[in-house]
Design a protein around this ligand. Sequence first.
Ligand code: NAD
Ligand code: DAU
Length: 331
Amino acid sequence: MHVLITGGAGFIGANFVHQTLRRFPEATVTVLDKLTYAGNQGSLEGLEERATLVVGDIADADTVDPLVAQADVVVHFAAESHNDNSLNDPSPFIRTNLVGTFTLLEAVRRHKTRFHHVSTDEVYGDLELDDPAKFTPETPYNPSSPYSASKAGSDLLVRAWVRSFGIEATISNCSNNYGPYQHIEKFIPRQITNLIDGVRPKLYGAGQNVRDWIHVLDHNDAVWDIVNKGRIGETYLIGANGEKNNKEVVELILELMGHEPDDYDHVNDRPGHDMRYAIDNTKLVQELGWEPRFTDFRSGLAETIAWYRDNEAWWRPLKAEVEAKYAAQGQ
Ligand code: NAD
Ligand code: DAU
């Protein structure tokens, strides 16, 4: 089996490359990644024998076409992925998430290649804190930010290419991931690396916003289950019943790293900040038999903290620039 993994030098994609090579000893992988600020070749270190990195843009048809032609399956992670960046400059989100996905869809249509599109629960908008409902595959799309709107658009392109052109595609919409190799602009690794540097964690607004945390390895196991057993044209929601508000998460990081629970700062809130995400994973669990392995958030977080302590060389070169950008926004 030869797998084309777009965005395989990013957080979730790199973990997916490692998992794929472990899970399928005969498989080979091509990673197509533009190595934007979010891509890191170091995340693929040691895999060179079975994983080839092609540095290129998913929106460039001449690059994409021959790679899709060689693949048995395409798993599409590449995206501009950070909400805060999309509020400062939406344009790369439109090009990569929409034009990039379109370019891949045209190539899989030409070569009749199995395609899996990795998306986000943010396409559904947000929920009230006291709403008993969770997101289901039937929840209407209602994205809030340029990032989530561009991901919503990319999902709709995939659905249209399935219906109109009969491509063999599936879609997954997952909740917030945590684990190794996550860029330090994101909430959890930002706070861990701040504390390693003796800086207080930064909580947007009151910290009441809820995210439904899942370990990245659980997300990726579900993606393989969908690729192998999912029904063509279907959407599967991936989540592990991990709802926590941001204040709780910061307090747990502080405790695990030996600090007082109130040793953090409130900073400017994100404009249009989604209040709550929550996934109903019934379809994935009942239809495909997927179950999360990392159900203890405390120990998953402790392992993640240990990873950032042990891999300072991986994130250190990024830290000053990330923090300067946040400081300029009062965050
Ligand atoms: P990331 O930002 O860490 O990685 C994105 C990768 O895509 C980087 O390696 C980057 O270099 C590459 N890339 C960006 N533009 C490209 C282009 N034009 N051509 C080729 N490569 C390009 O993102 P992530 O957190 O790993 O997210 C991966 C996917 O999962 C995204 O589609 C995202 O929407 C989705 N997702 C993320 C989460 C989460 O919690 N992080 C949750 C649900 C879904
Ligand atoms: O729900 C899935 C989504 O999760 C993915 O589609 C996105 O790619 C991924 O980035 C993530 O989006 P969020 O916006 O939820 O993640 P982020 O890590 O940026 O922020 C998580 C929460 O923490 C959010 O409520 C904002 C808050 N936050 C974030 C940062 C960076 C803080 O309070 N302080 C911070 O310093």
